[in-house]
Design a protein around this ligand. Structure first.
Ligand SMILES: [Zn+2]
Length: 235
């Protein structure tokens, strides 16, 4: 008579794989999310996706990824800002920034990421190598993250109804967003303000190269900082 011995192997598919590394892919382009998902799942990673920074912050708390691959140029909350919040709130998390706006191989200055993927230039094989490399060095990287101070990067949003320029800051402690009027004279230094909701000190840098609500809709890459023609839009 057949019976189960203590040595009988449980079929693998019924055992939840607690060893599987989790990766969150954040990109506003659906085709990029789809391609990265297929490639990463093929390597054995568990993958979730988000379409912008706000969506990603929700997914981070539910899915709890080990690593995030985030686009830098997204609507609503830019990747710069999202990654600043991630580094502050989840310092152990590994981050790969991706963008089509920078040269290959190097993490752009000010971007809080462990590696960089140049969309449209780097091969997905390079991305997989970066991911594997980060997982191999994750402990040392987490220690470095904790030692860094992480300012929030925010794009210049535009002007309010009185013509005063304003920015929108997301508090790195309570994650609520609030507007702040700014003078036109500030440059790219790290500044500080208190959160309207929880009074935490929030460090921020204004990213003058991007104006989200530019009425001309031109892309920041087309006009390097300082060279944009005066139109009355920028202060
Ligand atoms: Zn707050």
């Amino acid at each position: 008579m057949a019976h189960l011995s203590p040595d009988t192997e449980v079929p693998k598919c019924f055992v939840p794989d607690l060893q599987k590394r989790r990766i969150l892919v954040v990109d506003d382009e659906e085709c990029i999310r789809a391609v990265f998902t297929v490639v990463l799942q093929h390597e054995g990673y568990e993958v979730a996706t988000a379409q912008d920074g706000f969506d990603a912050l929700l997914k981070v708390s539910q899915f709890v990824p080990d690593l995030i691959i985030s686009d830098l140029n997204m609507p609503r909350m830019s990747g710069f800002e999202f990654l600043s919040v991630v580094r502050r709130r989840f310092p152990n998390m590994l981050v790969v920034a991706s963008s089509g706006a920078y040269a290959t191989g190097v993490v752009p200055i000010g971007v809080l990421a462990d590696a960089f993927f140049a969309k449209g230039q780097d091969q997905t094989e390079g991305l997989l190598n970066s991911v594997a490399n980060l997982f191999n060095t994750s402990a040392a990287r987490a220690a470095c993250h904790l030692a860094e101070s992480a300012p929030v990067w925010i794009p210049r949003n535009g002007k309010d109804s009185n013509g005063v320029p304003y920015i929108v800051i997301t508090c790195t402690d309570c994650l609520r967003s609030f507007p702040l009027n700014v003078s036109g004279e500030q440059n790219s230094e790290v500044l500080e303000t208190l959160c309207l909701f929880c009074s935490s000190k929030v460090k921020y840098i204004i990213d003058f190269s991007r104006s989200v609500s530019s009425p001309l809709g031109r892309r920041a890459e087309a006009f390097p900082v300082g060279s944009a023609p005066r139109t009355g839009v920028s202060a």
